[in-house]
Design a protein around this ligand. Structure first.
Ligand code: IPE
Ligand code: IPE
Ligand code: MG
Length: 250
């Protein structure tokens, strides 16, 4: 069934790319093979996203809590991320995808930080899709950092959202749809503020098996839902969208 783009077509979709380790273990492979396969899923999803009306895709690659994992796995993930970004630059340019990385940088390996800068500056003029990769990211920490910048000031909700967007680099708008693969039904500290009114889709499919088709299905599901933002359905039909992305800084 073709997707009906009437109504909102510039979606912010967030994905919690979970299940890499289990996917690999089930196949008798080392967990890092799952992360490697997961990087190919991300490539597929980035390719599929613009035609589905997605203008921003924020993908959770590594959380602040993921540092708890064995050093061997963490090192391999860091190396894989650096390799992925370096390898991806020509494809991002070809597909007009702007890349931003959100999260802390002070604990990342220098080589990864260097390639992040390289990918961000190479793709800064791209306008078809904004891909935000969350690396060493924590929603709680982002909110705490933004709050620190408000100290002693009486800030409005709008101003706070602007400060939070700047804290995260690469801006932010409210998340419209959050998809989590791997079967768990939790946020794991991802985009806590931005997901205030996000529609949630949880799938049992492991991230390495997630395809553009699965994203299409999730967006179909999203488009069938009625978002009320606390209002009554009838009022929504006659009112401009008060949750529009104009309120958010890019
Ligand atoms: C998500 O997959 C990727 C990262 C957190 C880096 P996992 O590695 O959490 O995979 P599972 O949940 O153990 O299967
Ligand atoms: C969330 O997955 C982080 C990423 C996908 C990068 P986790 O596997 O770390 O989350 P928990 O531990 O199951 O909550
Ligand atoms: Mg996991």
């Amino acid at each position: 069934m073709p997707i009906n783009f009437t109504g909102q077509s510039k979606l912010h979709v967030a994905v919690i790319m979970d299940g890499n380790g289990r996917w690999a273990t089930e196949r008798g492979l080392p967990r890092i093979a799952g992360h490697q396969a997961g990087s190919e899923s991300l490539r597929r999803v980035v390719r599929a996203a613009p035609e589905l009306g997605v203008s921003t895709l924020t993908a959770y690659a590594f959380s602040c809590d993921n540092w708890k994992r064995p050093a061997e796995e963490v090192d391999a993930i860091m190396a894989l991320l650096a390799w992925y970004l370096a390898d991806e630059i020509p494809r991002l340019l070809e597909d007009r995808v702007r890349l931003s990385v959100i999260g802390r940088r002070d604990r990342l390996p220098e080589a990864l930080v260097a390639v992040i800068h390289q990918a961000e500056s190479a793709t800064s003029g791209c306008d078809k899709l904004h891909l935000r990769l969350a690396i060493d990211y924590s929603g709680r920490e982002s909110i705490l950092t933004a709050t620190g910048q408000c100290a002693g000031r009486d800030v409005t909700m709008e101003r706070f959202e602007q400060i939070l967007a700047a804290t995260n680099r690469g801006g932010a708008q409210p998340v419209d749809l959050l998809v989590r693969t791997g079967g768990e039904q939790r946020l794991s500290d991802f985009l806590l503020w931005e997901c205030a009114y996000a529609e949630l889709v949880f799938t049992r499919r492991m991230w390495p098996e997630f395809t553009g088709q699965d994203l299409t299905k999730a967006i179909h599901d999203f488009r069938r839902r009625e978002r009320r933002f606390g209002d009554v359905p009838a009022a929504l039909a006659n009112r401009p969208d008060t949750h529009s992305r104009e309120r958010w800084l890019h």
